[in-house]
Design a protein around this ligand. Structure first.
Ligand code: ADP
Ligand code: MG
Length: 327
């Protein structure tokens, strides 16, 4: 079982940012309104995630670390209408298989909290303690028992960069949640959680970008779209200024990227990419989020239609105003 857990972990936990992603998604699923992420050494030696969500009941704690244990779906049919971010029940078991994990959690109803320690899938401690409502996960020494994987991690600075990017996207995807990100004792991001998307863009990208964004608001037969697009940017990493969220989930989609990039054609120079923060709402029956364990690459059941409607919307928005010079 231990070996199986370690192998399964490889699919979900690739690097420190995957741990952060899974745990932050859990916090959001737990209805937290404030989430603090603190890392040291790029998250390799230390990640602490604190939320003020619903907490985990004492008797559910050990169960939550079992593989395929989820409180979020009850049947196969549920898979087709996924509203929560997590649903596979793989994250906690995978993380606990390849790191030293400490959990402190308390629900609203229970009088005391639980402190639970699990290392390499082995339970080390399970005790009753006083704790505030909500959940704190501390993940230490990722891949301490899988040296082959640890070797493939990048420098602490690069890993911290991935987490920083992720936190920005988490913040953008949940404007009504206050996020704090602390790297080696320094606060790098602290959003208000006031729900205002433009405030968030300002906070994350600064005045220059924010002053030049255009609002997008549109409804088609297949989806509702709102958000902002802006001047093409020289990309920092790979497409770092393109942010798409579908039903509250940050996703990558070659189809959406292509459609938007095509719409920007003629308005972009080489090495530039569109700036966008776009929120799609669509019927979850049109989506397949169950493609990959990390749930990032999304598939649609109506590719052509989505591609063309999106292209038209972006093209219209860009060409009806003259904020982007023709190249
Ligand atoms: P999934 O999110 O797919 O259900 P996970 O392995 O990520 O699976 O989590 C297992 C279970 O642990 C969740 O279904 C949830 O009940 C519980 N859980 C995990 N993190 C939290 C949290 N921060 N607050 C409340 N419950 C949590
Ligand atoms: Mg989860």
């Amino acid at each position: 079982q231990e070996t199986i857990d370690k192998i399964a972990a490889g699919e979900v936990v690739e690097r420190p940012s995957s741990v952060v992603k899974e745990l932050v998604e859990n916090a959001i699923d737990a209805k937290a309104t404030a989430v603090t992420v603190e890392i040291k050494e790029g998250g390799i030696s230390f990640i602490r995630i604190t939320d003020n969500g619903c907490g985990i009941e004492k008797k559910q704690v050990p169960i939550a670390f079992l593989r395929h244990s989820t409180s979020k779906i009850r049947s196969v049919e549920d898979l087709l209408s996924i509203h929560s971010l997590g649903f596979r029940g793989e994250a906690l078991s995978s993380i606990a298989a390849v790191a030293q994990v400490e959990l402190i959690t308390k629900t609203y109803e229970e009088l005391t909290g639980t402190r639970y320690v699990i290392e390499g899938s082995k339970e080390i401690e399970n005790e009753e303690i006083g704790a505030p409502e909500g959940t704190t996960f501390i993940v230490r020494n990722l891949f301490y028992n899988v040296p082959a994987r640890r070797k493939f991690l990048k420098t602490a600075q690069t890993e911290a960069g991935y987490i920083s990017d992720l936190m920005e996207r988490m913040a953008l995807s949940h404007p009504d949640v206050s996020f704090k990100f602390i790297n080696n004792g320094q606060t790098k991001l602290h959003t208000s959680g006031n729900g205002n998307e433009k405030d968030l863009i300002y906070h994350i990208y600064g005045r220059d970008i924010t002053s030049a964004v255009l609002k997008v608001e549109h409804e088609t037969e297949l989806f509702k779209l709102r958000g902002f697009i802006g001047k093409p940017m020289i990309s920092r990493g790979n497409r770092n200024y393109e942010n798409y969220f579908i039903n509250g989930r940050y996703i990558k989609s070659a189809l959406i990227a292509k459609s938007i990039e095509e719409a920007y054609k003629g308005f972009m120079m080489q090495h530039q990419y569109p700036f966008c923060v776009l929120y799609f709402e669509m019927d979850s029956e049109l989506l397949d989020v169950n493609v990959h364990p990390t749930k990032m690459e999304l598939r649609f059941s109506q590719n052509e239609e989505i591609y063309h409607s999106l292209f038209e919307i972006i093209r219209d928005t860009i060409s009806h105003r003259d904020f982007i010079p023709e190249v």
